[in-house]
Each structure stands twice: as structure tokens, then as C-alpha cells.
Design a protein around this ligand. Structure first.
Ligand code: ADE
Length: 226
């Protein structure tokens, strides 16, 4: 899979791309992630990418020209273009699953007070990562990239994400590691029993219990994406 991210703050991605699972996925060629500075595509002599909004009242607005040119340059017939915006569809695990099967994604990060409305026409999907407003789409694009990359076959053990929270409308079951007794809090006996069928049953029950107390909405709506 290939992911191209369009941003005016490429430096924000440095730590993200050089750490942990994302770093390994890139090194092992499971994914090719490229960060593109939108300024590079500006036709303005001073490489301007934003200007005052018509009608006044708002701050700087991202101009369409550099973003249209960047998408024209990077897009092919297999590309899905995603626009980061708090006005988009709320991001959920089922969208991550769908996107992890795509061949090529372009993620456009908006910034400052917004982007020119005409940029919307470029997007196949507009995504919001939640009902709050960030200073820009960069963090949102990292959230989306991270959640997609870990689902690509081979990046992490399948077992690790088969039990993820939100699969089957359930939160994940609790897990424990050493020591067996920590400050009087004990690991449940069943997990030490070596009895696989009982462990499986315990985990299913705990996942249901956890979902009932923390996220009953997942059980009520049957909403696959939680
Ligand atoms: N840009 C600013 N806020 C955002 C959000 N909540 N989701 C996606 N992009 C954004």
C-alpha cells in the first residue's frame, strides 16, 4: 500500500515515521508513506499556500491551486483521496478495515482557519477523527495512517488485531502479565489454569461484561463500527 500525505508541516511527521510499528512496516515495505510539503506545489513566487478569506471574518484559508496540483501529480486510477476535516464522517474501526484494503491513499491535511471550499471536490471521503477541533489535519492523518497500517497483512500478528476492541461490537477482554500477585491484586485463576476452552469462555464473558458497563451503545445499536 502507498500513502501520500499532503501537509504544510512535514516536520510533524518525523517521530511518527521513525518509531515502533510504523517504522518497521515502512522498512519491511508493507507500506510506502511519503510526506509532501504543499508549498512545493505553490505557483506563487513566495510559495504562498494560504490567503485571507473573501468576505472577511476568518483567518488564513488554504488556497486550492497547490492542493489541486499535488493531487493531480500523485493520483492514479487506484487512488482514494481523503480530506481531514472536523466536518467529515466520524472515523471508526470499520473504516480503518476498509481503507487497509486500498492500494493508494492521499490524505490532505487542512490547516489554519480552514481550506477553500472548492478543495472538497477532490475528496472521495471526508474524515473527522472526533467531535473536537484540532489546529490542523496532521494529527488526524497520523491517527488514520496508524490505525490502517497495523491492519495490513503481516504488519502485526493477525491474532493481535482479531481481538481488538470494536471487532464484533465488543471491547477487548482484559489481559495480565507478571507478577501473578501485584499489591494484592491477583491474576484471575482461570488464566493460570492452562485450560484453553475455559480461558476462551472467560475472555468472551469479560468482553461482554466490559462492553455492557463501558459502552452499552455498542451492544444496543449493533453498530459494527462502534
Ligand atoms: N482537522 C481539525 N480537526 C479535525 C478533526 N477532528 N478530524 C479531522 N481533521 C481535523
Amino acid at each position: 500500500m502507498k500513502i501520500d500525505i499532503l501537509t504544510i508541516f512535514p516536520e510533524m511527521f518525523q517521530g511518527f515515521l521513525t518509531t515502533s510499528i510504523i517504522k518497521r512496516a515502512v522498512e519491511k515495505n508493507f507500506v510506502d508513506i511519503k510526506i509532501h510539503d504543499i508549498r512545493k506545489y505553490s505557483k506563487d513566487p513566495h510559495k504562498k499556500v494560504d490567503d485571507y478569506g473573501y468576505g472577511g471574518g476568518r483567518g488564513m484559508v488554504l488556497m486550492p491551486q497547490p492542493i489541486f496540483d499535488a493531487v493531480d501529480d500523485l493520483k492514479d486510477k487506484n487512488t482514494k483521496v481523503i480530506l481531514m476535516t472536523p466536518q467529515g464522517k466520524t472515523y471508526k474501526q470499520n473504516i480503518a478495515y476498509d481503507l487497509s484494503k486500498e492500494k493508494h491513499l492521499i490524505l490532505i491535511c487542512g490547516h489554519y482557519e480552514g481550506f477553500d471550499e472548492r478543495i472538497r471536490i477532490l475528496a472521495d471521503i471526508e474524515i473527522s477523527i472526533g467531535d473536537y477541533v484540532l489546529t490542523g489535519g496532521e494529527l488526524a492523518s497520523m491517527v488514520i495512517t496508524d490505525s490502517i497500517v497495523r491492519l495490513i497483512d503481516g504488519v502485526i500478528e493477525k491474532e493481535s488485531h482479531l481481538n481488538d476492541s470494536f471487532n464484533n461490537n465488543l471491547l477487548d477482554y482484559p489481559v495480565y502479565t507478571k507478577p501473578v500477585d501485584f499489591r494484592g491484586m491477583k491474576v484471575p485463576d482461570v488464566l493460570l489454569s492452562g485450560h484453553h476452552a475455559n480461558i476462551k469462555k472467560y475472555r468472551e464473558q469479560e468482553a461482554i461484561k466490559k462492553t455492557q458497563t463501558r459502552r452499552p451503545d455498542l451492544l444496543e445499536t449493533g453498530d459494527k463500527n462502534g
